[in-house]
Design a protein around this ligand. Structure first.
Ligand SMILES: *[C@@H]1O[C@H](CO)[C@@H](O)[C@H](O)[C@H]1NC(C)=O
Ligand SMILES: *[C@@H]1O[C@H](CO)[C@@H](O)[C@H](O)[C@H]1NC(C)=O
Ligand SMILES: *[C@@H]1O[C@H](CO)[C@@H](O)[C@H](O)[C@H]1NC(C)=O
Ligand SMILES: *[C@@H]1O[C@H](CO)[C@@H](O)[C@H](O)[C@H]1NC(C)=O
Ligand SMILES: *[C@@H]1O[C@H](CO)[C@@H](O)[C@H](O)[C@H]1NC(C)=O
Ligand SMILES: *[C@@H]1O[C@H](CO)[C@@H](O)[C@H](O)[C@H]1NC(C)=O
Ligand SMILES: *[C@@H]1O[C@H](CO)[C@@H](O)[C@H](O)[C@H]1NC(C)=O
Ligand SMILES: *[C@@H]1O[C@H](CO)[C@@H](O)[C@H](O)[C@H]1NC(C)=O
Ligand SMILES: *[C@@H]1O[C@H](CO)[C@@H](O)[C@H](O)[C@H]1NC(C)=O
Ligand SMILES: *[C@@H]1O[C@H](CO)[C@@H](O)[C@H](O)[C@H]1NC(C)=O
Ligand SMILES: *[C@@H]1O[C@H](CO)[C@@H](O)[C@H](O)[C@H]1NC(C)=O
Ligand SMILES: *[C@@H]1O[C@H](CO)[C@@H](O)[C@H](O)[C@H]1NC(C)=O
Length: 847
């Protein structure tokens, strides 16, 4: 009869959103998350069988994607329909607000349901803060699994983390938190992981909230040697444990009245430590000449007794300390005493194992400070989740911590946010990192005064603030002994008031590097000599070229690169402090030729200036950096997807093909590499630094034009030996770019060249080991393999065997098509709707 009302209730809930608010009030302190539920779907909603109000998890986690199961056995409740999965990052965490020191029941559940259509069931780890809680193996537990634990958080936020342990993608279906009473489930040490919540009844569905105020999920359990007794009278369930009254209204007694009541099981791990809680209430009407009295025997030893259950009133027998089962064989027995006329009885029964969480969380004020710094600068780092310091292998990028004793909360000792695009003043919360020894905020865009508090942080011994926009004077406190301060590259910072003298030669300071000096030079030179394609600039037009960074991009690069504006146009100015011995005429002829090269995948040269032996080239400015930075995920750059890598490779190839076939005379780039593939505001790729091959070298210092030039690792070996340069030399270098894109390995390491590394892996059949782990398997395998083959053919030592760029383009197009169809297919599966089943609620088997 109750069943038939369900549908009506659901309609009512949907129509009257206020109902669930009324209902939700008694679930005080409950957190019930239906993971992956999009907020645009009804959220919160009431789960029919329990009346628990579930809501979307979006507010509690910043990462992961929402998935929808494709295959769900009948009877699974709505929470298992959606899930959150984590293709990116090793550790992804929920951050829940809790009361420190209070006991909580924490429940997580996991159901794969082929949400990705790949039918690959994942295996991954579940962490509670810094500690491993469980390994979730859905390959074995195909129907899903649930984990319940009784735990006391040690701080006011609780981190529940899913950690990738292999190649498969972690996921989670539900996450629930229930605050518990104080006086129950007290352990000598450790937390309690659920084994069984049993009530003794032959049949019966699960009992949970609201029958159980703590929302434990009780299942019925019965052995064939037993007889069931029941009552319809009220049973007083009040004590610290408050098992549900419905669970106490039934009990089991041995059918053979003189036999014991026995529950036995095998422990997976012989050293497992157990806590037991057994609940008794006399639910039979006893005659005056009848007694029920029994002893509790645990693993063959008297554990407690005698027990005489009170009439219609709960008695709970609790473990006071942990017990192990000899040889892994556990047995719990109730044995009637000599004077008892009735067999023993048992109403409900709980079994837990002890789980230790030995690693301390990072000092709470350090965590608060570093979170505040993250928020101040609007950083959003995938890796900055969970505990900052522990476990060490998952600690946050850019941090180092003390790591002395696992039981002492770690402290943050160094913070490196160099080149992270930080804007604004130096964050005040840095002073809350009281154990900080090393602070690196170099190469950002920090403004304002240098704060005095940095000088008062006693443990701080190295501060690097170079390459920012700080102004004012350096406080005295920062000029103390034992503190190394680096501030070069802050043009408006001075040592003392009044701010007149340039910043030099103070012993605590490292003198400003030559970048400022050359900036002055550049400004002067450019004002005089800038030649613009559209119109000639004059001194009055005001060219402003503040030094942006001294970006000496390794061997083969230009000197300094400046970012500036000319007539409102954003430009990048590359300055060569030394030029080859070639004359101005030849240089001009060549640059004039370059000024005419236009292709959407080539960085345009918009002007240049030349004086005696100094040269500056003015290029269009591309705001999104170069491909290498993106592959490395450097600074605020995130690692890019396979599809985007292919697209970028394609665009660069188009630019290169244009140089080879579309220009007259044809051009050889000579320095194709990932740092020369730049990205514009729409992340379209453009090739930079081409064509300047004859009249001067782009390498450091003067060279003869006949000298072989290029970047080590990318350099065509045939060209290197013969000195004959051709288009196929660019194809070779392009092959290196492809390999870098596929593997994210360095082209040259101390040990080997990237082609050797790939060949070695291929020989060993270590296919997945070749691909960039940052891709997290997010690529079409066919597409990846074609790209790898293509790259290796470009890398052929004999130029004649290498493909042309036109051929390369055709191949990349096909790789891209394979990848795109994979992506489309996944999207299809994700959005595909299947009918929701709401009839009944059954949780996947509790292991
Ligand atoms: C995570 O990976 C997906 C593709 O797998 C991508 O679309 C998304 O941008 C990535 N997110 C982050 C933050 O890297
Ligand atoms: C977790 O959330 C709380 C606010 O509820 C916040 O103060 C804390 O910094 C967060 N912790 C982490 C590690 O994100
Ligand atoms: C549990 O104990 C803490 C202090 O130890 C107290 O603040 C809190 O009110 C108690 N909660 C309950 C439900 O008794
Ligand atoms: C216990 O079993 C009896 C019948 O065996 C059934 O009527 C009753 O509903 C069950 N109790 C619960 C709580 O399911
Ligand atoms: C009942 O249990 C007692 C004690 O375990 C045993 O000796 C006896 O044989 C049992 N009776 C039957 C009928 O199984
Ligand atoms: C107890 O007394 C009742 C009658 O009041 C009788 O039927 C029953 O057999 C007695 N039981 C025992 C164990 O003596
Ligand atoms: C119970 O009775 C048996 C024999 O009938 C006896 O050996 C035993 O000591 C008695 N136990 C108690 C606790 O009286
Ligand atoms: C830093 O410490 C001060 C004083 O102890 C405190 O008031 C402030 O809230 C802390 N700031 C952060 C972000 O934790
Ligand atoms: C952290 O320590 C490692 C090893 O000692 C070191 O290489 C790294 O530079 C340190 N990081 C920071 C941010 O200081
Ligand atoms: C900080 O990180 C940058 C690279 O991101 C590195 O060059 C620098 O050495 C690091 N600083 C310290 C102190 O480890
Ligand atoms: C640096 O900060 C200044 C002032 O906040 C801002 O105008 C400028 O655009 C910033 N530059 C970059 C590269 O973020
Ligand atoms: C320093 O810069 C801030 C803004 O970045 C500005 O308000 C202040 O006037 C500057 N102070 C000096 C002395 O230049």
């Amino acid at each position: 009869m109750e069943r038939s009302c369900v549908g009506i209730l659901l309609v009512l809930i949907a129509a009257l959103a206020s109902i669930h608010i009324v209902h939700a009030q008694d679930q005080e302190g409950f957190i019930s998350l239906d993971c992956g539920l999009p907020t645009y779907e009804l959220s919160p909603y009431i789960e029919i069988s329990s009346g628990v109000s579930f809501s979307s998890d979006e507010k509690f986690i910043q990462s992961g994607n929402s998935g929808r199961t494709l295959e769900m056995p009948k009877g699974y409740s709505k929470q298992y329909k959606t899930l959150r999965y984590f293709p990116n990052g090793t550790r992804n965490c929920y951050n829940l607000s809790v009361d420190k020191g209070r006991k909580y029941l924490i429940r997580t559940s996991f159901f794969y349901g082929n949400y990705d259509g790949l039918d690959i069931k994942p295996i991954f780890d579940l962490y509670l803060g810094p500690n491993l809680w469980a390994t979730i193996d859905l390959e074995t537990l195909v129907d899903g699994t649930r984990r319940d634990i009784l735990h006391i958080p040690t701080s006011n936020s609780l981190q529940i983390c899913l950690v990738k342990s292999g190649t498969t993608t972690p996921l989670i279906s539900t996450l629930e938190l229930r605050p518990m009473g104080n006086g129950s489930y007290i352990t000598e040490s450790g937390s309690l992981e659920l084994q069984y919540w049993y009530y003794l009844n032959k049949t019966g569905s699960r009992i949970r909230y609201s029958s159980d105020v703590y929302d434990r999920i009780w299942v019925s359990f019965f052995e064939k040697e037993w007889t069931q007794i029941s009552t319809s009278l009220e049973v007083d369930n009040s004590n610290n444990y408050v098992p549900p009254e419905d669970a106490l209204k039934n009990a089991a007694t041995p059918t053979n009245a003189s036999a014991p009541l026995t529950i036995a099981w095998i422990s997976e791990n012989a050293n497992e430590q157990y806590y037991l809680y057994s609940h008794f209430a006399e639910i039979q009407e006893l005659h005056t000449n009848e007694t029920r009295e029994f002893n509790i025997v645990w693993n063959g030893k008297l554990y407690y007794g005698p027990v005489i259950p009170d009439k219609l009133k709960l008695t709970t027998i609790q473990s006071r300390s942990a017990e192990t089962c000899k040889g892994g064989k556990c047995s719990f027995q109730l044995i009637r005493t000599n004077r008892s006329t009735l067999p023993p009885l048992l109403n409900a029964f709980e079994v837990y194992t002890v789980i230790q969480f030995p690693l301390s969380e990072t000092d709470e004020s350090d965590v608060a400070a570093v979170k505040d710094i993250e928020a101040t600068y609007g950083l959003s780092r995938l890796n900055w989740q969970g505990d900052p310091c522990v476990p060490q292998q998952l600690s946050w990028d850019g941090l180092n911590c003390t790591s002395t004793d696992v039981s002492i909360p770690p402290r943050i000792t160094s913070l490196n946010l160099s080149s992270c695009g930080l804007n604004g003043p130096i964050a005040v919360s840095i002073q809350n990192l009281t154990q900080l020894e090393n602070l690196d905020l170099s190469n950002n865009n920090l403004t304002g005064w240098l704060p005095e508090f940095l000088g008062n942080m006693e443990s701080l011994s190295v501060i690097n603030l170079s390459g920012n926009q700080l102004n004012g004077t350096i406080p005295k406190a920062l000029q103390r002994e034992g503190l190394k301060l680096f501030v070069e590259g802050n043009p408006r910072l001075c040592v003392s008031d009044p701010c007149t003298k340039p910043l030099h030669k103070k012993k605590v300071l490292v003198p400003i590097v030559s970048s400022v000096a050359s900036a002055v030079f550049v400004t002067a030179v450019l004002v005089l000599f800038l030649v613009l394609r559209k119109r000639h600039s004059t001194a009055e037009e005001g060219l402003h070229l503040p030094p942006r960074m001294a970006m000496v991009n390794g061997k083969g690069g230009f000197g300094f690169v400046y970012h500036g504006t000319v007539n409102g146009l954003e430009v990048a100015v590359k300055v060569l402090s030394q030029l080859s011995t070639q004359g101005y005429k030849q240089f001009k002829a060549e640059v004039d030729l370059l000024l005419r090269v236009h292709h959407k995948n080539l960085v345009s040269l918009v002007g240049y200036c030349y004086e005696v032996d100094h040269l500056a080239l003015v290029y269009e400015f591309l705001p999104n950096g170069n491909l290498k930075q993106h592959l490395a995920g450097k600074g605020d750059r995130s690692a890019i997807t396979w599809g985007n890598r292919l697209r970028i490779a394609m665009e660069a190839a188009l630019g290169l093909e244009y140089l080879h076939t579309g220009c007259t005379p044809t051009m050889v780039h000579r320095d194709v590499k990932t740092t020369n593939i730049l990205l514009d505001e729409h992340f379209r790729a453009k090739l930079a630094d081409f064509g300047l091959s004859k009249s001067f070298q782009v390498g450091e210092g003067p060279h003869e034009s006949t000298v072989v030039a290029g970047t080590p690792g990318y350099l065509d070996p045939e060209y290197y030996h013969s000195g004959r340069l051709g288009e196929k030399s660019d194809v070779y270098s392009f092959g290196m770019v492809l390999l870098e894109m596929i593997t994210n390995q360095r082209v040259i390491s101390e040990k080997s060249h990237i082609t050797e590394w790939v060949a070695y892996k291929l020989n060993r059949g270590d296919i997945s080991g070749i691909m960039d782990p940052n891709l997290c398997g997010g690529y079409d395998t066919n597409s990846a393999w074609r790209a790898l083959e293509l790259a290796m053919s470009c890398a052929d030592p004999h130029s004649a065997n290498r493909p042309t760029m036109s051929h390369v383009i055709i191949e990349i197009k096909e790789c891209l098509a394979c990848e795109n169809s994979r992506v489309l297919k996944n999207q299809d599966l994700e959005t595909q709707e299947t009918i929701m089943r709401l009839e009944t609620s059954v949780v996947p088997g509790a292991r």
